[in-house]
Design a protein around this ligand. Structure first.
Ligand code: ADP
Ligand code: MG
Length: 464
């Protein structure tokens, strides 16, 4: 029974924390015992590393859902790892031991309806408690979106309504929506906040039609104070759902309730959307998140590592940040893989280790292109000799060509910034960081230059 409860929890955790987190961390853990008298859940992790990671990041998530699944108002979670298992369960005081022997309830009934209602989470606000403004790192790519999201939490429904945040996958839209929900709930305990993905909204609507519950469906949405709709693009081509949503939107908007949308694209680019809904989506503030610069990626990695009480040397942060193109979800995954590998094999974190772990995932994407190939191409493109490119000379055009070379070397190889600097005239890694930043900034401002870079990348990849 306890196992079943844990299985149910894993399904919920998959939705809230993502399947990668569940597969990497939670699946290694078992619900060892449930002390029904003292309301303590004992979770057994395979080692101290997994235990620390989960307890630092997910204790609250576990408490919220397990208390609901175990039908109690609150509970305590005690973690122990493989090595300490026997100690924790058997060699504690006789008092505790007694509890432990009577811990596992003979039968864990499914939560009864009226009891479950008492639990506030039953309001199903679906807001993920792990996403806050505090753990969202701002940089030039996302600071406007973050500032707007924070601003609306001061006066929900008044300032920017609706707020529409768009940007590519894995760049932090969902994180910001949840952060809005958490912040508003913290400031106004009585406000009802609902986070919903557009595809779940569509399914809910279809079910409401099937089971003749349209009125209930509408009432649910029209009676909330803050509505956070993620990935609104999934509503495209669903005419009837759009119609229902349009009315909900109008009711909420007219009564000054805050609405926040996220999407992978600008409202006018969402295909299959009724014109009147499209104009509603963009009638407040529309703001975007774009791909983070190298510096922002490094700052995010450092923040994530700090939150997990890990030391992440700058050089390794730069290496990981430059190995992953732009998606922060992938960036997190890379950090987890590197730190988990180091911890599980007992090796210290190093560039070599990171390269070994990450090259498996990224070399397949990065064809076998080496420094020489990039350098030769750049020399031909800008008309310099290889010896000049690798020299200490700092003529303006030559320095620029060298910076482009650094940028492309980072893009095409898995070498560290230090290696790149060493190849191009013994320069240190901060020079390479500066060069990459400079090229990224120039590309962001100048379309012609972006096109040039793209052509270079294509040419280099073709020759590989
Ligand atoms: P999206 O919804 O845009 O696809 P998410 O919000 O799901 O992206 O973000 C993917 C992961 O990256 C999440 O774990 C999120 O916490 C993290 N993330 C994204 N942006 C940031 C940021 N600026 N600071 C910290 N973490 C971030
Ligand atoms: Mg998302």
């Amino acid at each position: 029974m306890v196992q079943e409860i844990w299985e149910d929890f894993l399904k919920i955790a998959k939705e809230e924390a993502g399947s990668r987190v569940v597969d990497t961390w939670f699946k290694a853990v078992t619900l060892y015992q449930w002390d029904a008298i003292n309301k303590i859940v004992y979770l057994l992790a395979p080692n101290a590393f997994v235990k620390d990671w989960i307890s630092t990041n997910y204790t609250e998530l576990i408490q919220v859902h397990l208390s609901r699944l175990l039908n109690v108002d609150s509970l305590k979670v005690v973690f122990f790892d493989g090595g300490k298992k026997s100690k924790s369960a058997k060699t504690t005081s006789s008092d505790t031991e007694e509890h432990i022997t009577t811990l596992v309830p003979a039968k864990l009934d499914r939560p009864k309806k009226q009891l479950v209602k008492k639990n506030p989470y039953r309001k199903k606000c679906h807001v993920n408690i792990n996403y806050h403004f505090d753990n969202f790192v701002a940089g030039p790519s996302n600071s406007l979106a973050k500032a707007a999201a924070q601003a609306i939490t001061e006066k929900p429904g008044i300032l920017y309504n609706p707020l529409f945040i768009y940007g590519g996958s894995g760049l932090g839209k969902t994180h910001l929506l949840h952060a809005v929900g958490n912040s508003i709930k913290n400031k106004n305990k009585n406000m009802s906040v609902l986070y919903q993905t557009a595809d779940r909204f569509v399914n809910e609507f279809i079910n409401a039609i099937r089971f003749d519950k349209i009125h209930k469906f509408q009432m649910k949405y029209q009676n909330i104070d803050v509505l956070l709709i993620d990935d609104i693009q999934f509503i495209s081509n669903k005419e009837q759902t759009q119609e229902a949503f349009f009315h909900i939107f109008n009711v909420l908007y007219d009564s000054h309730k805050q609405i926040v949308f996220s999407s992978d694209t600008f409202p006018s680019n969402i295909s299959g959307l009724a014109e009147r809904l499209r104009s509603r989506l963009s009638c407040g503030l529309v703001t975007d998140i774009h791909t983070p610069s190298l510096e922002t990626k490094v700052a995010i990695l450092k923040k994530k590592a700090k939150l997990n009480h890990q030391e992440l040397p700058d050089e390794i942060a730069y290496f990981i940040a430059s190995s992953v193109d732009s998606n922060i979800r992938e960036l997190e995954g890379a950090l987890i893989r590197v730190t988990a590998f180091a911890s599980l094999t007992g090796q210290p974190l190093s560039i070599d280790l990171a390269r070994k772990v990450l090259c498996r995932s990224y070399t397949s994407k990065k064809k076998k292109i080496d420094f020489e190939r990039v350098a030769k191409y750049i020399c031909k493109y800008y008309n310099f000799d290889l010896s000049e490119l690798r020299s200490k000379k700092r003529k303006k055009e030559l320095s620029f060509a060298r910076q482009v070379a650094m940028f492309l070397m980072k893009k095409f190889t898995n070498k560290s910034l230090r290696d790149i600097g060493a190849f191009l005239g013994g320069r240190d890694h901060s020079t390479v960081v500066y060069a990459i930043e400079k090229i990224e900034k120039r590309a962001a401002k100048n379309n012609d230059f972006t096109m040039q870079l793209k052509k270079m990348e294509k040419d280099i990849a073709k020759r590989a």
